[in-house]
Design a protein around this ligand. Structure first.
Ligand code: CXF
Ligand code: ZN
Length: 355
């Protein structure tokens, strides 16, 4: 824990008081510090929620006291990506060109006079952060910040991958690989899209109970079989599932997920993050009519999608409470990271500022 200075917001910026933050696997990125020195030092955390504390010149959309969720993908509204309904990419913000480095070029943080960067442009493991208004979502004043913080990353990522990217269809059969928060959210997306059968795949059988809560109908543990998991799924589903979602971030699993979808129309979506190895597959898999896609932040245009997901939670159309297995305070962040590394939690929510 370090004391840092958080400068006032500049033009078009907001200073946000973070109330709560989830801990996501991408926060383990600091493990790669040696590979991307230009991204450090940085304040980690990107799944937070809080209040606007103050606004800089030119801010018209927000007022102090508004409940907000910081967004690691901007939605400027003006670029060719924002104007195209097919994508949630945006030309503005760190994410436009610093995926490898993972921290914004600029920041409002200093520590003992030295610049500290904002991881994923957000930095929610901090009592205050400063964001441009094009990367902040204003949410319903009734939203409980210690729950809706999960919509800042994991839940939107998995849910949207099923609903927006795969476009799961009513009556379809789906397979979701990896039952962490993102995979469970993908299961919930498949269910809400009307899938008839949702096969949860994980090597940890303890995850099945949780998967059922979100709508899984079947559970397959690859360790229980001595043949490839794609063959197991193909035998269970008369030739393969209609949709598969890889929520692990492992290139071998990505290939298995592709090979698990039915030829002709099967769609497989890469959701889990990895950028270290190449993916591979036999061309015939695609030539035979399968589609291989990727999804970032569930394909949600961030400023529009996050408030809509908050509303869906308040209307009880999506679950959030069931993801939260642990609650801690910000000073216990390292314990939360350990839990996550050891696969002992679904989501830990850290209370940053008492509500
Ligand atoms: C991240 C993965 C790395 C790129 C930005 C989005 N997803 C969730 O943490
Ligand atoms: Zn994340």
């Amino acid at each position: 824990m370090e004391e840092i200075e958080v400068a006032p917001p500049q033009e078009n910026e907001l200073r946000i008081k973070i109330v709560a933050t989830g801990v996501c696997h991408t926060d383990l990125y600091h493990l790669f510090e040696s590979m991307h020195k230009e991204g450090f030092p940085a304040v980690l955390g990107h799944e937070g929620a809080g209040y606007v504390e103050s606004v800089g010149p030119g801010v018209t959309e927000f007022q102090p006291g508004d409940k907000v969720i910081p967004l690691f993908i901007a939605q400027c509204g003006d670029c060719r990506f924002c104007k195209n309904p097919k994508t949630n990419q945006c030309e503005k913000g760190w994410a436009a060109d610093r995926y490898d480095v993972m921290s914004a070029l600029d920041s409002r943080f200093t520590c003992k006079g030295k610049k500290v960067l904002q991881f994923m442009g957000t930095s929610t493991f901090s009592q205050y952060t400063v964001m441009n208004q094009m990367a902040v979502a204003k949410i319903d004043p009734d939203a409980p910040l210690d729950k809706v913080c999960l919509l800042g990353c994991g839940v939107c990522t998995g849910y949207g991958a099923a609903v927006n990217t795969a476009k799961v269809e009513p009556g379809s059969t789906c397979a979701v690989f990896g039952m962490g928060a993102v995979g469970l959210a993908a299961v919930m997306g498949c269910k809400n899209a009307g899938a008839k059968r949702i096969i949860a795949v994980d090597t940890n059988p303890e995850k099945f109970e949780k998967a059922k809560v979100f709508g899984a109908t079947d559970f397959v543990n690859p360790k229980d079989h001595d043949k490839p998991i794609s063959q197991v799924l193909s035998e269970m589903t008369n030739g393969g599932v209609d949709f598969s979602l890889e929520c692990v971030g492992n290139v071998g699993v990505m290939r298995s997920a592709l090979e698990s979808v039915v030829k002709g129309w099967g769609v497989s979506v890469l959701v889990g993050w990895t950028d270290m190895f190449d993916i591979s597959a036999r061309p015939i898999q695609l030539i035979a009519g399968r589609t291989w896609k990727g999804s970032l932040f569930g394909g949600f245009k961030s400023k529009d999608g996050v408030p809509a997901m908050v509303k869906a939670y308040l209307e009880k159309k999506v679950k959030l409470d069931e993801f939260i297995t642990h609650r801690m305070t910000l000073d216990q962040v390292n314990d939360a990271i350990e839990l996550m590394k050891n696969g002992q939690c679904i989501r830990t929510v850290l209370s940053v500022t008492p509500q």
